[in-house]
Design a protein around this ligand. Structure first.
Ligand SMILES: [Zn+2]
Length: 137
């Protein structure tokens, strides 16, 4: 089975917000169900070829937000997610937002992967988003 085939049921996680809505991996070598934290941007230097997809949930564009060119400042997944939650967690594509969606639920059962320098904390499941939720409108 070709891993990069576009299916009617998207199954790749957004490495920023954890939403399982991508048609192919955000970056070529990023494992499924893995959320990278603590890696310096741009991410293609760690995770290979980028997809330029835009997450329908948080709106992160892989390869653009983290590598916007010399005249803009890139945003890591962590920084982007903090801003997105602070702004109310509005879905980029509101039409595909499940009515029962919660950010907490979306972030359950995900593995966190960190750079090898931070080895003692790798694959921890309790992370900085705990206690954070989209601000009430
Ligand atoms: Zn996302």
């Amino acid at each position: 089975m070709n891993e990069l085939t576009v299916t009617s049921q998207p199954r790749y996680r957004c490495p920023c917000c954890g939403n399982k809505g991508l048609d192919c991996p955000a970056y070529q070598h990023l494992w499924m169900n893995v959320i990278p934290r603590g890696f310096p941007i741009p991410y293609h230097t760690h995770f290979g070829m980028l997809s330029y997809q835009i997450c329908g949930c948080c709106g992160y564009e892989f390869g653009a937000e983290d590598d916007p060119g010399p005249w803009a400042i890139g945003l890591s997944f962590e920084d982007y997610l903090d801003r997105w939650l602070a702004a109310g967690g509005i879905w980029f594509d509101g039409k595909i937002r499940p009515s029962s969606w919660t950010f907490e639920q979306q972030m359950q059962d995900l593995a966190i992967v960190r750079p090898i320098l931070d080895d003692h904390k790798s694959l921890s499941s309790s992370e900085s988003w705990k206690g954070k939720a989209p601000a009430e409108p």
